[in-house]
Design a binder for this molecule. Structure first.
Ligand SMILES: Cc1cc2nc3c(=O)[nH]c(=O)nc-3n(C[C@H](O)[C@H](O)[C@H](O)COP(=O)(O)OP(=O)(O)OC[C@H]3O[C@@H](n4cnc5c(N)ncnc54)[C@H](O)[C@@H]3O)c2cc1C
Length: 446
């Protein structure tokens, strides 16, 4: 009961409730005692009234005082949800490890210190740090939060094992394979607080279309769950593409949410379904703009009276490119289409040609902490790629300007961004994973 009162966010309601609670605690036993001892004593009744008023006042004042601990239940869908002192790396224990499909495994994390963990806005991610013995420095990666619960007692990450690309000698993915093979229940990993701007406003009333393929499903589960929990009147279309059922993670989980929320509409597309997949998917083929025009839009028109919606995309770069182009061609404004890339798209041919034409323009980059001054040319790629090619290994994670891990101070010169950073960038700092030098000399605190 005390914990319930502590979690009331409105101070006046909290004061009244605390006062009532304390007064009840004092008055009931006192009345019972007087009834047992002396029924007719008038001053005893006066005592009960005074005690009741005094305890109500004390309770109300106590209720107005700021609580010692931050409320676990004060949930909000604003981006700033961190009500704890957690700012940097914090230890988390893997509570459960659950296989979701042939390639995706979920990790349930709870804080080792057993303290509170802040709620997050659906769509946000955690940045984790892994100590991998063979790696020269800790490996930092970013993973979307793939679940949504109200009690805020754990976080779930769902990680796809990244195999080595076919026909190359390139190694398999470092962090994802380490997580799959060498992180088990009771293992400890470090994590930073939830972050990210690819978020869904749970309380909006506009229909939302969540579109994913592969492991891009992770933020969508969190979004679908949060809306079903907090704003189930809102219509959500959940479109997901997979090759076949064996690679389709979370089907039962999403089906279960839809079973309890009639406003969550599911469309699964399998490009190469197996015979055993019969009945588990709605369309054979890919999720594309035609599917939205021909299947989702008529249903949306019927249910919502309009086809105006917000679109959320997460999946392979080619999948997102084609959907963004398709939605734009269909007339959906760009500001209604939010997307998150998990990986950097390969440069287009036209961009490679353009880079080579500038190859002779040499620019100086000073990596001040490393004591190296090097000449950069456009073929060297981003500043991060250039640093790595020269045995400088700055912290980084996403390589797409989303997580902010690679942010560093710039004391001279300017950079050009390949794309607008999604992470917020401090003044006097730059994200090196998506930038190239703009001026003849750039000095970075790396
Ligand atoms: C905001 C955000 C959210 C994300 N959420 C998720 C999520 O929910 N689930 C998830 O599974 N992932 C997610 N990711 C991706 C994740 O952060 C990692 O990028 C992913 O797990 C791969 O990391 P890795 O260390 O295993 O692979 P890396 O070691 O980083 O390698 C990446 C790929 O490159 C290949 N490769 C390595 N070296 C070479 C080379 N020399 N030449 C060619 N290819 C090479 C590897 O084989 C691998 O396929 C997210 C990313 C972002 C930015």
């Amino acid at each position: 009961m005390l914990e319930d009162i502590r979690q009331i966010s409105n101070p006046f309601v909290k004061a009244i409730t605390s006062g009532f609670f304390l007064s009840t605690l004092v008055t009931i036993p006192a009345t019972a005692a007087i009834f047992l001892v002396n029924l007719k004593n008038e001053s005893a009744y006066k005592f009960i009234v005074y005690a009741s008023i005094a305890s109500a006042t004390v309770g109300a004042v106590g209720g107005l005082a700021p609580g010692k601990s931050k409320s676990k239940a004060s949930k909000t869908t604003e981006i700033e949800t961190d009500t704890t002192d957690w700012k940097d790396w914090r230890k988390f224990v893997v509570d459960r490890k659950v296989k979701e499909s042939d390639s995706i495994t979920s990790f349930y994390l709870r804080p080792l210190d057993e303290g509170l963990i802040p709620n997050f806005v659906p769509g946000q991610f955690l940045t984790i740090q892994l100590d991998i013995p063979e790696q020269p420095k800790p490996v930092i990666r970013t993973y979307s939060l793939s679940d949504y619960i109200q009690s805020g007692s754990y976080y779930r990450l769902s990680i796809k094992r990244e195999p080595a690309p076919p026909d190359t000698i390139a190694p398999a993915g470092i962090a994802s394979n380490f997580m799959h093979d060498r992180i088990h229940e009771d293992s400890i990993i470090l994590a930073k607080p939830p972050s990210g701007r690819f978020v869904l406003d749970v309380h909006s009333t506009q229909p939302a279309v969540l579109i994913s393929n592969g492991v891009g499903i992770t933020p969508m589960i969190s979004m679908a769950k949060a809306v079903s929990l907090l704003n189930s009147q809102r219509h959500i279309w959940f479109l997901h593409g997979a090759r076949d059922g064996s690679l389709h993670a979370f089907r039962d989980e999403v089906n279960a949410i839809a079973a309890s929320n009639p406003n969550l509409h599911i469309v699964y597309c399998y490009s190469r379904p197996n015979l055993t997949d019969q009945g588990n998917y709605q369309h054979k083929g890919y999720v594309d703009a035609d599917l939205i025009k021909n299947v989702v839009a008529p249903e949306m028109q019927k249910l919502c009276g309009s086809v105006e919606a917000e679109y959320f995309l997460c999946g392979s770069p080619s999948f997102m490119d084609s959907l963004r182009d398709g939605l734009r061609d269909w007339g959906v404004p760009d500001n209604k289409v939010l997307f998150e890339s998990f990986a950097k798209a390969k440069p287009k041919k036209s961009e490679q040609v353009q880079d080579l034409t500038h190859e002779e323009d040499s620019i100086e980059i000073v990596f001040s902490k490393s004591g190296k001054t090097l000449n950069w040319s456009p073929a060297d790629g981003t500043i991060l790629e250039f640093a790595e090619a020269n045995d400088i290994y700055p912290d980084h994670s996403c390589r797409v300007g989303v997580c902010g891990t690679c942010m560093c101070k710039i004391s001279e010169g300017e950079v050009d961004y390949e794309e607008i950073p999604s992470a917020s960038v401090d003044s006097g700092s730059v994200l090196i994973c998506i930038s190239k030098p703009k001026t003849e000399r750039v000095v970075l605190d790396i």
